[in-house]
Design a protein around this ligand. Structure first.
Ligand code: SAM
Length: 353
């Protein structure tokens, strides 16, 4: 089902389109599978099978692959993880990517724990924007949700974003029924105070979410209902966008977003694909297999050969994983823990959220 205000993909003449007319435009690059939090909706286990270090792409390899993608039409590049700030010298990679004139939007998604100490370097290196994950304003709740006592560092990271000169900052909240669904208005107020746009994400049944159940999903309809009771009439923002969030306005003009991948998938406008830290390219967050670009790269493939491979795969793309999941009658977890142990690429933290 398409969301009300996102019925079309922007048509870009000459773009490399897949089978559903979706352009290759946005690339999420995971720079590490490791994370310093253990959010129970994403990485509930203490230990994981980590990607072997020698298989991780170097910064030069990442920049090279990104250059191939941008030569094919990618304009938006987002660094993610795992927790991307755990990757040593990340500003160096940012500087290399910022030198690519085809990148229109160079962004970072982080849990914020290490952001305060790196914000200025990242900004100076040419990072355009940052999205910080913030599920709660309550330290004790943070500890219970993320398994680490790092709430103060996250809030400091959010405060520093503005001081370091970042604008258009976003705060992403995964809303879990009975856990943090009572904080929606508080988070909106907090976002106002920090000049960041808050986006509420429905809990998704992706790999890694081994504790997922439909009962824990606080849906877009629930969120709008809750917020309307507090603020009055909420109006959808009319815009044509391939962004995952549908945006809404409160009566006082405050804008917030909802990413309703679970109940209202937006596959028909999805122009995103994902590169794991070890160079596997996934066309969908729900895909079970990826394309091994590291192997091609390390076998000596040149830019043209890589571009030809990527183009031919994208042109055949038919993925619409979230829609197919939504059509599943009895919905449960996507991948069990044993299967995740056998193939860590199925984990959300490996392919990047
Ligand atoms: N560590 C970084 C962070 O926390 O933002 C980047 C990686 S994290 C996998 C990216 C985003 O995915 C975060 O906002 C996280 O909350 C979200 N996420 C992880 N598991 C999810 C799930 N099961 N449902 C919805 N969002 C999820």
């Amino acid at each position: 089902m398409l969301s009300d205000n996102q019925t079309r993909v922007e048509v870009s003449p000459g773009a490399l389109n897949d089978q559903l007319g979706r352009p290759l435009r946005s690339l999420r690059v995971s720079v590490t599978d490791r994370c310093n939090l253990r959010c129970n909706y994403c990485m509930p286990e203490e230990n994981y099978v980590w990607l072997p270090r020698q298989e991780l792409l170097t910064f030069e390899e990442i920049a090279r692959l990104v250059a191939v993608f941008t030569s094919l039409g990618v304009e938006d590049v987002r660094l993610t993880g795992g927790e991307p700030l755990l990757r040593r010298d990340l500003p160096k990679l940012v500087r290399m990517l910022a030198a690519n004139p085809r990148i229109r939007d160079l962004a970072l998604t982080t849990n914020g724990v290490l952001f305060a100490e790196q914000a200025e370097d990242l900004r100076a290196a040419g990072l355009h924007r940052v999205t910080l994950s913030l599920d709660t304003l309550r330290p004790e709740r943070f500890l219970a949700l993320a398994g680490r006592d790092a709430h103060a560092q996250v809030l400091e990271g959010i405060a520093v974003a503005r001081r370091a000169g970042f604008t258009k900052t976003k705060l992403d909240t995964v809303v879990l029924r009975g856990v943090n669904d009572d904080e929606l208005a508080d988070l909106i107020e907090y976002g106002r105070g920090t000049e960041a746009e808050v986006r509420f994400i429905e809990y998704m049944d992706v790999g890694g979410a081994t504790e997922w159940s439909i009962d824990k999903v606080f849906t877009r309809a629930d969120m709008l209902d809750r917020l309307e009771k507090r603020y009055g009439k909420i109006t959808p923002v009319e815009e044509i966008s391939s962004a995952p969030a549908q945006r809404f306005t409160l009566p006082d003009g405050t804008v917030f977003g909802i990413i309703a991948s679970t109940t209202t998938p937006f596959c028909r406008t999805c122009d995103r694909s994902r590169l794991t830290a070890d160079g596997l390219w996934y066309l969908c967050l729900y895909a079970q297999a990826g394309v091994d670009l590291r192997r091609l790269l390390r076998a000596g493939a040149g830019m043209e050969e890589l571009a030809a491979r990527i183009a031919s795969v994208w042109q055949r793309r038919t993925d619409r994983g979230a829609e197919l999941r939504a059509a599943t009658g009895h919905r449960g977890i996507l991948v069990g823990i044993d299967q995740l142990r056998q193939d860590p690429h199925l984990e959300m933290h490996t392919r990047g959220g």
